[in-house]
Design a protein. Structure first.
Ligand code: NDP
Length: 304
């Protein structure tokens, strides 16, 4: 079996960027890009904060352009899921439905997915009132009324960000206390634009094409009420796509890949990039940036 230079697992912002850099460095990368290429940007509409697109660009188009750029420099793309990862003599093996590939180095860029409430109406209003990234979509709610669901650090951060844009922000949490760090909690509690709705959850999103109202359930009294609402931001955690690496590469307590400042995992020659290792910034541009870093580190690693 051929021992390739590098296999990149994941075909979204981080993976495509790593592929562009690796291909231009003549490493002839193999990209196992996933059954659902493009990751979270395929679920967004207009991306207005990716530099170089002053009019904005649709998320799926941005992904397609990155893919074409990687292809132009000779990246070999397999649009399917990697099904296993293991160490072999001189490198690593990755299996996918097309077969087994081996390489001296690996870039893991499998991303993460936002946890959702899982209620039927959520899909209908996805990106039309229901969002998972305030930095990305908060701008559309200038002077409007929004809700943030969750009680962790993400919920606090999303609410703080939205309070700079929206007229009113309500944090809805299913408990009567938050689990966010104290400093984050103090910040939102001091913010006059942010109010709280404890022991509550959303059971239905309503509207015609765009979200117009939400049905809330008080989890203590079980009473349901309807409230008009312009936007809802889910901040109930992210699930990193790391199942095939569990027990093989170091992961943190939430399942995210642990990397150092130069994107190295605990295994020599294995690097991480994008949301699979980032639970703080989670932006297209930071994913692209870490994809570039990982590819440059692969070059250094291969040069010994
Ligand atoms: P967390 O897992 O910490 O919090 C998720 C929150 O969502 C919890 O309050 C949880 O409630 C709630 N929740 C989960 N599922 C549901 C559901 N189905 N319905 C309603 N509520 C739900 O996720 P975060 O994204 O906030 O944080 C993940 C990690 O990232 C943490 O370690 C955090 O510290 C870190 N982080 C750090 C930041 C920073 O340093 N700037 C910024 C953001 C995150 P319950 O308690 O009831 O389960």
């Amino acid at each position: 079996m051929v021992m390739e230079q590098v296999i990149i697992i994941g075909g979204a912002c981080a993976g495509w960027t790593a592929a562009i850099y690796a291909a231009r460095a003549n490493l002839k990368p193999i990209i196992i890009s996933g059954n659902e290429e493009g990751g979270q940007l395929m679920l967004t509409t207009m991306v207005e904060n990716f530099p170089g697109f002053p009019e904005g660009i649709m998320g799926p188009e941005l992904m397609e352009r990155m893919k074409q750029q990687a292809k132009r420099f000779g990246a070999r793309i397999y649009p399917e899921d990697a099904t296993s990862f293991s160490s072999v003599k001189g490198g690593y093996a990755v299996k996918s439905p097309s077969g087994t590939f081996q390489a001296k180095s690996i870039i893991i860029a499998t991303g993460a997915r936002a946890r959702t409430l899982g209620i039927p109406s959520e899909k209908k209003f996805w990106a039309k009132g229901v969002h998972t990234c305030a930095t990305c979509d908060g701008f559309f709610y200038s002077n409007k009324k929004v809700m943030v669901i969750g009680g962790g650090d993400s919920a606090c951060e999303e609410a703080s960000f939205l309070s700079n844009v929206a007229k009113q922000v309500v944090i809805v949490h299913r408990r009567d206390t938050m689990n966010a760090s104290k400093v984050m909690q103090d910040r939102v509690k001091r913010n006059k634009k942010i109010t709280f709705l404890w022991n509550s959850t959303i059971t239905e999103f309503k509207g015609k094409d765009l979200l117009h109202s939400v049905v809330l359930e008080d989890l203590v009294t079980r009473k349901k009420t309807e409230q008009s609402m312009d936007g809802v931001f889910l901040a109930i955690g992210h699930i990193p796509n790391t199942s095939i690496f569990t027990g093989k590469v170091e992961l943190n307590e939430h399942g995210f890949l642990v990397v150092d400042r130069r994107m190295h995992t605990n295994l020599p020659g294995v690097f991480g990039a994008g949301d699979v290792q980032d639970f703080i910034y989670r932006q297209a541009i930071t994913a692209a940036g870490t994809g570039c870093q990982a590819a440059l580190e692969v070059e250094r690693y291969l040069q010994g």
